[in-house]
Each structure stands twice: as C-alpha cells, then as structure tokens.
Ligand binder design. Structure first.
Ligand SMILES: O=C(O)CCC(=O)C(=O)O
Ligand SMILES: [Fe+2]
Length: 284
C-alpha cells in the first residue's frame, strides 16, 4: 500500500504525516515488557528517573516487522536504494549505533516527566526544543538524519507525554540553515531564537504502532506525562547514502526533496565536501 495523493500532499504542506506502521501487537508488547523489566519498573518504579533513553537490546528489519512503515519511508525519501546500508557508530546517552534498515527497542520511556507541576500546553517557553542530530554538522541537504520518526510503542493520549512539535518551525529552521551555507554545529544551533518565531504548537498523540514521519527540520520537545503510565516511544533515524538534491529544476525529486525545497523557498548549492568535515560518527 503506497501513500495516497492526500497523504503526499499533507507531507508536502505540513512536513509531517501519521501512518499505521504495521508493527504487531505481540512484538510491541514483548519488547515493551522486556524493556520495562530491564529498567526495574515492575519491582522498583519509585527509583526510576522521570524519562530514560535506552540503548538497543532487540532489533529487526523494518521491512519485516513494519512493512507499511517501510513502504511509506521509502516512498518519501525516493526509494529504498537511497537509504544508507552502512551502520554509523556515534557517542550518545541513547543508542550508539545507527542502522537505518532496522527498528529496535532503543526506547525513550517517559514515566513521569513534569508530573509534579501543572500540565502546560505546548509553547515556546519551558521546553527543550531542538532538531535531532548531535553527531553531524547541519546543512540544508544533510543526509545523516533525513527524517525524524516518532514511533509509539504504546497508546499515548492527551497529557500522556506525547512529543510536542512546533509545526511552523521548518521554514524558520530552513532560513537559519540558508544563513549558514557552511553548516551549523549541533551544539551551536540557536533553537531558543527560532522557537520564539513559532506559533503553531502541537501535541502528538496516537495508538501503539502509529508512526509520525516528520521532516528533519521540525523542532520538537519532550512533554510532561500526567497519565500515570509510561510513554514508550522511539526515534529511529533514517540516514541516506547521499545528501538531498535541492534543485527545483530537477524532474526526479523525492517527496522529501520537494518538501525541503518548499521550506527553503530557493535552491541550495551543495557545500564543497571539505565543509562537511566535522561530524561525530564513524562507520561501525
Ligand atoms: O521524549 C520525547 O518525546 C522526545 C525526545 C527527543 O526528541 C529526543 O530524544 O531527541
Ligand atoms: Fe529529538
């Protein structure tokens, strides 16, 4: 089942889309129960941090365990052939290997973030707004995180810790990237200034197995979980073999490239390869 013309139009206009991934209930329950057990949630929940970033324990090919998601991802990036097959090793408090072909139980478990304060609507102040990608220098056409995925492994309701997005942030992030054709180091990306320009804030909610496929320029943040239940989510990166081709004159653009050009409002001339020197990953 490929994306409908309505779904494609939504990604192009809004920069995000929710699809059913095709993950089975059995697999989700088994990986989630195992992860919560490893954290000690069944025995000593009182000892747990409010939010925990886990490393991989189980993994399996997306094509096998979530065929609908795989098809949607491939369609958006312009085909399976464009997805990186090499494994990237990174340093992180979360996962340390990125294999774009598999999904894993490297969960972000939000047990009770901010549960001791009144719940607040998504807004510029007081949240850790960011664009993902601590391991590469960011350019308009970067391939190292070509999509932001928010995959729910259990049901996430209103005020239950669903990721917040700033839906109108991609055009502001695009502007910032255009101002820096030689790239931006992840630590110096000025998210606080960009988020002040945003007005359209949303809370992502959904059922277990639902996947938000989101443009990589989208600023997002963890939110407070007042549900009393763990929110289990993962953020598996999609790495491409080559940078995006951001040239409106091409007739063979992927939906991701078209959407990126819409946010940029102009073509982007790739930097010389020497400008891409700073990155914090290696082929594992
Ligand atoms: O916890 C969340 O909902 C978002 C986490 C996130 O964006 C991240 O770890 O990069
Ligand atoms: Fe993030």
């Amino acid at each position: 089942m490929s994306l409908s013309s309505q779904q494609k139009a939504q990604f192009l206009q809004e920069g995000f889309l929710k699809v059913a991934s095709g993950l089975s209930t059995e697999l989700m329950q088994s990986w989630v129960e195992g992860a919560l057990q490893r954290l000690g949630y069944d025995k000593t929940p009182q000892n747990l941090e409010p939010i925990i970033w886990m490393n991989h324990h189980h993994q399996a090919p997306i094509k096998q365990i979530a065929p609908a998601a795989w098809e949607a991802i491939c369609e958006i990036v312009g085909g399976e052939d464009r997805i990186e097959t090499k494994i990237l090793g990174i340093e992180s408090r979360h996962f340390t290997r990125i294999n774009s072909l598999v999904w894993s139980d490297a969960f972000i478990v939000n047990f009770s973030l901010g549960a001791d304060q009144p719940w607040r609507q998504p807004q510029a102040e007081g949240f850790n707004w960011h664009k993902d990608g601590s391991y590469f220098r960011h350019f308009c056409d970067s391939r190292e995180q070509a999509l932001l995925l928010v995959l729910f492994w259990n049901d996430v309701e209103h005020q239950g810790g669903g990721t917040f997005i700033a839906a109108d942030s991609p055009k502001h992030v695009a502007q910032k990237l255009l101002e820096h054709p030689n790239g931006i180091e992840p630590k110096t990306f000025d998210f606080p200034t960009i988020i002040q320009k945003c007005q359209d804030f949303r809370e992502l909610v959904g059922k277990a197995g639902e996947l938000y496929i989101i443009h990589p320029y989208m600023l997002h943040a963890s939110s407070a979980n007042h549900s009393g239940r763990p929110r289990v989510m993962s953020n598996p990166p999609v790495v491409l073999k080559e940078p995006l081709r951001l040239d409106q004159n091409r007739s063979d653009l992927s939906l991701l490239e078209e959407t990126t050009l819409r946010f940029l409002g102009t073509n982007f001339t790739p930097p010389p390869e020497s400008a891409r020197v700073s990155y914090w990953w290696e082929v594992a």
